[in-house]
Design a protein around this ligand. Structure first.
Ligand SMILES: Nc1ncnc2c1ncn2[C@@H]1O[C@H](COP(=O)(O)OP(=O)(O)OP(=O)(O)O)[C@@H](O)[C@H]1O
Ligand SMILES: [Mg+2]
Length: 263
């Protein structure tokens, strides 16, 4: 059974989609079957992998609202082993339609349950809100990965996110884990970035991944070429960082050993 990870933070522009695409790509290039589920109503995880929103039939919307099988909806990307269920703008409308549907918090869970055995790893790129779509993702997930941008208000809203995670755990999904916080857009020359990193590590300790994603212009360029960073510029600092994050996530034992060392 593949592990399902929701990449969530209701703050916009913190690196959720960039993390979802590049993490999935790093793991797929490592030789494992993957599915990336695009959940971002702007469809950027979709276009970032070279699939264009015009003329797409069969998106996450059909999975959520019409209950269509995600296996039918998944399509291959240019990377072997990495499939995507595209999202387009109509996903924003799904939010409204979901409200009146039966089992409205569980729809993605049911859609994913039928495909889990086909993949090793399933990533859900959440939209920037704590909406019903995000709740569906948290209900469907085994773990949550939270990107935090290294800027002044990095922690703002994190309490609301963590309490939503707690509520989903209490009511819908008792085994939901916080897989960890990942610092993104880190700029080592900027003292604010360093301060944010220190503050986040002080507050959240081992819940923060060791890997830090640097601010790297190659990461922001790669979506316009429709490829993940590992193909666009494999030697860039962004590519190195996402490969390292992928390894850290694949081997939680490393973190446990780290915990043992630091305690
Ligand atoms: N490490 C990075 N270095 C440089 N640019 C980055 C980095 N990570 C993300 N970006 C850029 O920052 C912008 C926001 O990133 P991204 O789309 O991944 O955030 P998001 O959290 O998914 O946003 P939204 O909440 O709107 O869905 C994009 O233009 C992206 O290319
Ligand atoms: Mg996004």
């Amino acid at each position: 059974m593949g592990r399902v990870i929701a990449v969530a933070n209701q703050k916009g522009g913190v690196g959720k989609t960039t993390t979802a695409i590049n993490l999935a790509a790093a793991r797929a290039l490592d030789g494992r079957a993957r599915l990336l589920i695009a959940r971002d109503p702007q469809g950027s995880a979709t276009t970032g992998l070279g699939i264009h929103a015009t003329g797409i039939e069969g998106t996450v919307y059909e999975g959520l609202v019409d209950g269509r099988d995600l296996l039918e909806l998944g399509r291959p990307t240019g990377i072997e082993g990495l499939d995507i269920v595209p999202a387009t703008r109509d996903l924003a409308g799904a939010e409204i339609e979901l409200v009146n549907l039966p089992e409205r918090e569980h729809r993605l869970h049911h859609a994913i349950a039928r495909v889990r055995s086909q993949y090793d790893f399933l990533l859900i790129d959440c939209p920037p809100s704590l909406s019903l779509i995000t709740v569906n993702a948290l209900r469907a997930a085994d773990g949550v990965l939270v990107p935090l941008q290294c800027e002044y208000y990095a922690l703002e809203g994190l309490t609301a996110l963590l309490s939503t995670v707690g509520r989903v755990r209490d009511t819908l999904n008792p085994t939901l884990a916080l897989d960890g916080l990942v610092l993104t857009m880190f700029d080592g020359r900027n003292s604010l970035s360093r301060q944010v990193q220190q503050e986040v590590r002080t507050h959240f300790g081992e819940q923060v991944f060791r890997t830090v994603i640097p601010r790297n212009v190659r990461l922001s360029e790669s979506p316009s070429h429709g490829v993940p960073i590992m193909l666009y510029d494999p030697a860039s600092r962004g590519a190195v960082a996402y490969r390292s994050l992928a390894r850290e996530i694949a081997a939680p034992a490393h973190r446990e050993q780290g915990e043992a060392r630091s305690s």
